[in-house]
Design a protein around this ligand. Structure first.
Ligand SMILES: Cc1cc2nc3c(=O)[nH]c(=O)nc-3n(C[C@H](O)[C@H](O)[C@H](O)COP(=O)(O)O)c2cc1C
Length: 156
C-alpha cells in the first residue's frame, strides 16, 4: 500500500479544498497535513520559527503527495507558492525526489489561462523536483471534474 499525504494549501481547514480532497481519498488510507498549521517564511525572509524543514521531514515518510489548493488571483494560493519558492536551493527539498504527485486546484470560476498556468506549474515543479506527476486538474469549487478525472492509486 502506498503511503498517501493530502496537503491542504488552503487557509480554510474545512473549506472546499479540504472537502474535495476528503472525497477524493474517501476509500484510501491517508494522512492530512494542514499547511496553515505550519509557519513557512517567504523565500529571502526566513524567520527563526520557520518550519519548512519540519514539513519536508514529514513529506519524506510518504510515497504519494496529493496537493490541493484554492485558486487565488488566477494562480495557486500564496501558501502553495511560498512552499514552492522555498524548495529552491534547499538540500532538504530532496525529500520530494521520487514521490508521486497529484495536484488539484479549485476556484469559483477558473478561466482557461488559469487552468493552463497551474497545469504548467505542476509539470515544471514535478520535473525539477524529480517527482512523478500522476495528474493535475483545475476545476470549479464543486470539484466535479477533479472527482471524476483523478484516481489516486493505492498499490505500489
Ligand atoms: C484572495 C482570493 C483570490 C481568489 N481568486 C480567485 C480567482 O482568481 N479565480 C477563481 O476562480 N477563484 C478565486 N477565488 C475564489 C476561491 O478560489 C474559492 O472561493 C475557493 O473555493 C476557496 O477554497 P477554500 O474553501 O478551500 O479556501 C479567490 C479567493 C480569494 C480569497
Amino acid at each position: 500500500m502506498k503511503k498517501i499525504l493530502f496537503m491542504n494549501f488552503s487557509p480554510n481547514k474545512n473549506g472546499n479544498t479540504y472537502q474535495i480532497g476528503k472525497e477524493l481519498l474517501n476509500d484510501h488510507n491517508y494522512e492530512v497535513m494542514q499547511i496553515s498549521d505550519y509557519r513557512i517564511s517567504q523565500y529571502g525572509q526566513v524567520y527563526n520559527d520557520d518550519q519548512i524543514k519540519e514539513v519536508l521531514k514529514k513529506v519524506a515518510e510518504f510515497d504519494t503527495l496529493v496537493i490541493g489548493s484554492p485558486v487565488y488571483w488566477y494562480s495557486v494560493s500564496g501558501l502553495l507558492k511560498t512552499f514552492i519558492d522555498r524548495l529552491y536551493m534547499l538540500p532538504e527539498a530532496d525529500a520530494l525526489n521520487g514521490k508521486e504527485l497529484y495536484l488539484f486546484a479549485q476556484g469559483s470560476a477558473p478561466d482557461n489561462d488559469t487552468i493552463n498556468s497551474i497545469t504548467f506549474l505542476a509539470n515544471r515543479l514535478s520535473t525539477l523536483m524529480g517527482m512523478k506527476l500522476k495528474n493535475v486538474v483545475v476545476d470549479r469549487s464543486d470539484g466535479r471534474k477533479i472527482l471524476s478525472n483523478m484516481t489516486i492509486e493505492k498499490e505500489i
